[in-house]
Structure formats: structure tokens, C-alpha cells
Write a protein that binds this ligand. Structure first.
Ligand code: CP3
Length: 361
């Protein structure tokens, strides 16, 4: 008979209670103050970011680990936010699958060879993230080393399958998603294969980001809620999102499910998976939290345009979000969609200071 060991097994990273307020709130643990980070916290509202983008294209910044790490750290150093999100975009993983991506000034992302036939779907590859997203994985390692001593966690992220499929089919950002929906309804088998491939690639990418040091992961589903009614969401998207969240749970880090514009089916979208539910700005926080269940941590949900208002109005809106959170454990303060390029840096600074003053115990 094998000798029994009396020693306790060594605690793995996820078994030790984290000290960082962001990671504690992601697990619903009590915190000494409400953690805050902001969607698109590194970006054009910062002169330092614009200076770097003046010298390098978007894809250069993303693919050069030192530059991506530098941009990731800008808002941490300037404002003392409680988490860093690695600087990248949701679209670069499509390049490894065979799509030509560019960011066109003033016009946003462009795919040069969008999908239009079932054959295009079958020609898409699914190479490992270590090969295709090495720059971002290295940026995560650099940022983690830099922030570990300050106990500021690093967040990795990826796009959800519908949102990525919409870019792959439309060739860019769309208002009405006509091509995407027409393809979905006309070629349901190829649609399934397409979303299946996207799930494979994004799950692998998210797991690779956690292995590189990301301590939380966020999935952005920016367009399913804008494009689809509830029944279509449940039929054509939810099974794929469920599969993605099930695969990514193996990372052993908190996963944030941010689905934009899903107020008509928030509980169903949240039910696809993830530990934390990212709330957009469309519903009052308490009402949205009740719909997903108070036992689940939430992140949100200040309207980012409130940062363009005078401080009195902005402070009123911040306090409203905090009042609605009601001091329950499991609240990460954030905006309910990305910061706009017009955001005054001073308002970001004041927001962070105000949260510290108001919520510190
Ligand atoms: O949050 C962060 O600070 C991390 C960086 C980040 C970017 N994009 C940088 C970016 C993240 C998490 C994203 C996600 C992203 N990208 C989403 C999901 C979230 C959302 O906003 O709904 C989507 C839909 C995209 C696609 C995308 N990328 C669009 C539509 C655009 C053009 C519009 C715009 O805001 O410029 C981008 C470009 C982009 N991604 C920029 C940045 C900083 C601007 C690039 C520049 O000109 O410098």
C-alpha cells in the first residue's frame, strides 16, 4: 500500500485569498474600498497615448511588447487604478485565422477580405495563440512583473464569438449587422462552424493570457445585444458563449462576462457563464444586479459620457452608482462602456480620488 502523505498539498495561486481589492471583489470577498478600473482606460483621451500613436500605428503598438506594456501602464501610473488591462484590441486574433486587419484613421477597424461564403469559413485557420499573439502574451508578462510589487492585477481579454463574427463578415463596424444576420439565417451550419472556430481560438487565447500572468479575464460581447432579439440570441449565440465560458473556467482566474446592450435578456446573457457580470450603463445598477442575482459579483456601470459633464453632475452620477451598489460585497466600479476620446484626464483623476474617499473603511 502506498504511504500516505500527511503534508497539506501546496496551495495553488487560486486557493490563496488575494489581497488586491479588484481580485477580492471579483470573488465577492469584503474589501477595504471599492476597486475601480475603466474600460478603454488607456487611449486617446491621454496626451501620452496620442504621442506614442503619433509615432507608431495601432498594430505596431499592439505587436511590440514593450510599447503595449508602456501604454498599459500609463493610466495606472497617472490615476492609481486598481487593475491594468493589457493594451490590445479584440480583433488581432482574427489575423492568425487568415483575415487581413487594419485600423484606418478616423474609420476604425477594417477587414480587407471579409467572409462571404461558407468556403471562406472553412478556409479559416485556428493556430495557437502562442504563435499568433506572442506580442500580447509577452506584454502581459512585462506588465505583471512591473505591477506585482504594487499588488495591481493584470486583466487579459478577448472578444466573444458573435462580436468577432460580425467584424469578420461585415469587414468593419456595422450599424445594423445586415450581412452578419443574413449569413446566420441563410447558412446556419456554416454559422455554427464559424462560431465554433472562434470559440476554439478565443478560448485558447484567453487560457494563454492567464498562463502568461493575467489574473482575471474579460470577454467583450459588444454587438450581439445590439444585433439580435432574444430568441435569436438564445438560438444562434448563447450555446457558443456557454462553450467559451466553460472552456475558460479552466484558467482558474475570475472571468468577467461583459455583454453590451443585452437589457432585453440580461439574465440569459449572464447565464452563459463567467464569474463576474459586466453591466453596461443602460439600467440602474441595483435593478441590473437584481436581475443577474445579488450572489454574483458585478462590474459597472457609470455612463462614460458622464465624464464629460461638470464635476457636480459627474460626482452625483458616481454616488448614484455607489448608492445602488449599497455597500454589498462583489462590486467593481467601472464605466458601462469605453471612455470616449473627449474625456478630460482631470475627471478620471477626480473619479478615482472620490471613490477612495467615499468607500474607504
Ligand atoms: O480597455 C482598454 O484600455 C484596453 C484596450 C482595448 C481597445 N479596444 C483599444 C482600442 C480594448 C479592451 C478594446 C476592445 C474592443 N475593440 C471592443 C470591445 C469593447 C467595446 O468598446 O465595445 C471593440 C468592439 C473593439 C473594436 C474597435 N477597436 C473599434 C470599433 C475601434 C474604433 C473605434 C474607436 O474607438 O477608435 C477600435 C480601435 C481601438 N481599440 C482604439 C483603442 C485605444 C483606438 C485606436 C487609436 O486610434 O488609437
Amino acid at each position: 500500500m502506498a504511504e500516505q502523505s500527511v503534508a497539506e498539498p501546496a496551495a495553488t495561486e487560486e486557493e490563496v485569498e488575494p489581497t488586491a481589492v479588484f481580485l477580492r471583489a471579483c470573488r465577492g470577498l469584503p474589501v477595504e474600498r471599492t476597486p475601480v478600473w475603466l474600460l478603454r482606460q488607456a487611449g486617446r483621451y491621454q496626451p501620452a497615448y496620442r504621442a506614442i500613436r503619433g509615432k507608431h500605428s495601432m498594430l505596431e503598438v499592439i505587436r511590440t511588447p514593450e510599447l503595449a506594456a508602456q501604454v498599459t501602464l500609463l493610466p495606472i501610473d497617472s490615476f492609481g487604478l486598481d487593475a491594468a488591462i493589457v493594451f490590445s484590441d479584440i480583433l488581432p486574433p482574427l489575423v492568425g485565422m487568415g483575415l487581413d486587419l487594419d485600423f484606418v484613421k478616423g474609420d476604425g477597424p477594417r477587414i480587407g477580405n471579409p467572409i462571404s461564403t461558407t468556403r471562406d469559413v472553412d478556409l479559416l485557420g485556428a493556430p495557437p495563440a502562442e504563435e499568433t499573439m506572442a506580442g500580447t502574451l509577452e506584454a502581459i508578462r512585462i506588465v505583471r512583473r512591473e505591477l506585482e510589487p504594487r499588488d495591481v492585477p493584470v486583466i487579459g481579454f478577448a472578444g466573444a464569438p458573435f462580436t468577432l463574427a460580425s467584424y469578420a463578415i461585415e469587414g468593419g463596424t456595422s450599424k445594423d449587422f445586415t450581412r452578419t444576420k443574413a449569413f446566420m439565417l441563410s447558412e446556419p451550419a456554416a454559422w455554427k462552424r464559424l462560431l465554433g472556430k472562434l470559440v476554439t481560438v478565443q478560448a485558447d487565447y484567453l487560457l494563454a493570457q492567464a498562463a502568461a500572468g493575467a489574473q482575471a479575464l474579460q470577454v467583450f460581447d459588444s454587438w450581439a445585444g445590439r444585433a439580435l432579439g432574444r430568441e435569436d440570441y438564445l438560438r444562434y449565440v448563447a450555446p457558443h458563449n456557454r462553450e467559451l465560458y466553460a472552456k475558460v473556467a479552466a484558467a482558474g482566474v475570475p472571468v468577467i462576462n461583459f455583454s453590451l446592450g443585452v437589457s432585453a435578456y440580461l439574465a440569459e446573457a449572464a447565464g452563459c457563464g463567467g464569474d463576474v457580470v459586466g453591466l453596461d450603463w443602460s439600467l440602474p445598477l441595483d435593478e441590473a444586479w437584481e436581475r443577474v442575482g445579488f450572489e454574483r459579483p458585478v462590474q459597472g456601470n457609470l455612463d462614460p459620457v458622464a465624464l464629460l459633464a461638470p464635476w457636480r453632475e459627474l460626482r452625483f452620477r458616481i454616488d448614484d452608482v455607489l448608492d445602488r451598489a449599497g455597500g454589498r460585497p462583489g462590486h467593481v466600479f467601472n464605466v458601462g462602456h469605453g471612455l470616449t476620446p473627449q474625456t478630460p484626464e482631470d475627471n478620471v483623476r477626480r473619479l478615482v480620488e472620490h471613490l477612495r474617499e467615499r468607500t474607504s473603511t
